[in-house]
Design a binder for this molecule. Structure first.
Ligand code: AMP
Length: 504
């Protein structure tokens, strides 16, 4: 079905329910939200955009982002969300690769796009306003389950991004999975868009539309811990997605003001490794507000989940082990750990994480070779290494390409990072392998010191000796003011490896 059906249905039943807000200011109720989306859809349709077309959205977080998404869906087209932090040249590459017929932009990021991009309409200009003057479509153009709805370009820590084809049925499965396994959503709730709406945060709008809850865009348009902590008690029942680095900053801000994050109901964290030391502190400061998800563009926001009670229940004997995991498979999915031959491994053994089920993409956009490599025998090969215990809890190790092989033994950087983060002088750390003539690779740690600290390698080494096997200890330490990260906050290990090669 067309995801815009959810908006049409909610608007019919709860026309006056508050829908779109900027901070505490109400901008539109559900009737207004749906009417504008349907008008936008009509405006796009009048320009020949309908089923089979792609509409790129290159905007910073703002209420119009949701109008753009639903406008495209009303018209029956697919959306191509483009990360607002990309360079315009990168955005142009995506627009061309996707063959987008229209590009909806905000001027802060889209003004510099090449004039040749097709049908550029700005929310800050007359183009978008004109779309909104059309008579609203009577309803969303029907979509079948296999219709392309969301063409998402993977963030990619190497090479060109690939377009992931997410269908209307994939979205439905991901949304129902959230409601079944992550969290309930009530009409009094508010989806808060602190993370980029081009990514998972944007996909979390649907359950809130279904339940007639509010959608709140922070006035800053992004992630500002103090803004969130100020707004939350006034808005109440906030739900949002946060990457682990965002959780760290929020917890630090809450602690500094002696608060616990009052007004925040649920923080869904994921998208990168959450270290045990960080989530333990987060629960200590903010209480039972956290749910972890593990997903990837190819199975959006939906592979495994560690629910709220398991994150927060300190009395359980396996609490720490579970907290260090990414939880168990979503109810709708099969998840297994496979060896190099594709066969399932016994509990506890480390292999590649494979996923099968209704949230998994049908393939990449116009890239049959990459599709064939990633989808084999109906299973999505995530490229993530991990192990599953007897109860189904999955512990994520590293991307297969990040595993360090030293003297023929696998070393999982995450384990070394977890250990180093317990050192009081270490704020952030990333561990990579460096080529070594005798060992194949050796372990190198890049450390960002806590402000005011000056950790020395000897004390870090002593700290590791107390916690991990000797062969896993970093042989070298490098100190950096910050770690190189991509636009979604993922550490760019390729850049770190390149730094080491340059040294050599
Ligand atoms: P993307 O497709 O850009 O969303 O990136 C997905 C990748 O992020 C996954 O394949 C994992 O490597 C990583 N990731 C996602 N969620 C988690 C999580 N909860 N813990 C650790 N890594 C994660």
């Amino acid at each position: 079905m067309n995801p815009a059906e959810w908006l049409a249905r909610t608007a019919a039943l709860h026309p006056e329910a508050p829908a779109l807000m900027r901070g505490t200011d109400l901008l539109a109720d559900y009737a207004g939200f749906a009417r504008r989306a349907a008008a936008l859809g009509a405006g796009l349709a009048a320009r020949g955009i309908g089923p089979g077309a792609r509409v790129a959205v290159f905007m910073t977080n703002r209420p119009e982002y949701l109008l753009a998404l639903y406008g495209a869906w009303y018209a029956g087209a697919a959306v191509v969300p483009i990360n607002a932090k990309l360079h315009v040249r990168e955005a142009e590459w995506i627009i061309a690769n996707a063959g987008a017929q229209a590009v909806l932009v905000s001027d802060d990021v889209g003004a510099e796009l090449h004039p040749d991009v097709p049908l550029r309409l700005s929310v800050d200009g007359a183009g978008f306003a004109e779309l909104l003057t059309h008579d609203p479509l009577p309803g969303p153009v029907p979509m079948t389950g296999d219709a392309l709805a969301w063409l998402f370009y993977t963030s990619g820590t190497t090479g060109r991004p690939k377009g992931v084809r997410i269908t209307a049925a994939n979205i439905t499965a991901a949304v129902l999975s959230y409601l079944a396994d992550v969290d309930a959503v009530h009409p009094a709730d508010a989806a808060f868009y602190a993370a980029p709406m081009s990514h998972g945060a944007g996909l979390y709008n649907f359950m809130h539309v279904i339940r007639a809850a509010r959608h709140v865009i922070p006035p800053s348009g992004g992630f500002e811990p103090d803004e969130i902590l100020d707004l939350a008690p006034r808005l109440e029942n906030l739900h949002f997605f946060a990457a682990p680095t965002m959780v760290r900053r929020l917890v630090a801000a809450a602690r500094a003001r002696g608060g616990t994050g009052e007004g925040i109901r649920t923080i869904v964290y994921g998208g990168g490794p959450m270290y045990l030391a960080d989530i333990t502190e987060a629960v200590e400061v903010m209480g039972p507000r956290f749910v972890q998800i593990y997903g990837q563009g190819e199975s959006p926001m939906t592979i495994t989940v560690l629910p709220r009670d398991l994150v927060a229940d300190r009395t359980h004997p396996d609490w720490r082990a579970r907290l260090a995991s990414v939880g168990r498979a979503f109810s709708a999915l099969e998840v297994r750990i496979a060896g190099a031959d594709g066969r399932s491994l016994p509990p506890g053994e480390v292999g590649e994480i494979l996923v099968r089920g209704p949230t998994v993409m049908p393939g990449y956009w116009q890239d049959p070779a990459a599709t064939a490599e990633t989808l084999r025998d109906g299973w999505l090969r995530t490229g993530d290494m991990g192990a599953m215990d007897e109860q189904g809890f999955v512990t994520l190790h590293d991307r297969s390409k990040d595993v360090i092989i030293s003297g023929g033994t696998n070393i999982y950087p995450r384990e070394v990072e977890e250990a180093l983060l317990l050192h009081p002088a270490v704020a952030e750390v990333s561990v990579v392998g460096r080529r070594h003539p005798d060992w194949g690779e050796e372990v190198v740690a890049f450390v960002v010191p806590e402000p005011g600290h000056d950790p020395d390698p000897a004390s870090l080494d002593a700290h590791c000796r107390d916690r991990i096997a000797r062969f896993k200890r970093p042989k070298h330490y490098r100190f950096l003011a910050e770690l190189p990260k991509n636009n979604y906050g993922k550490v760019l290990k390729t850049d770190l490896r390149r730094l080491l090669e340059e040294d050599a």
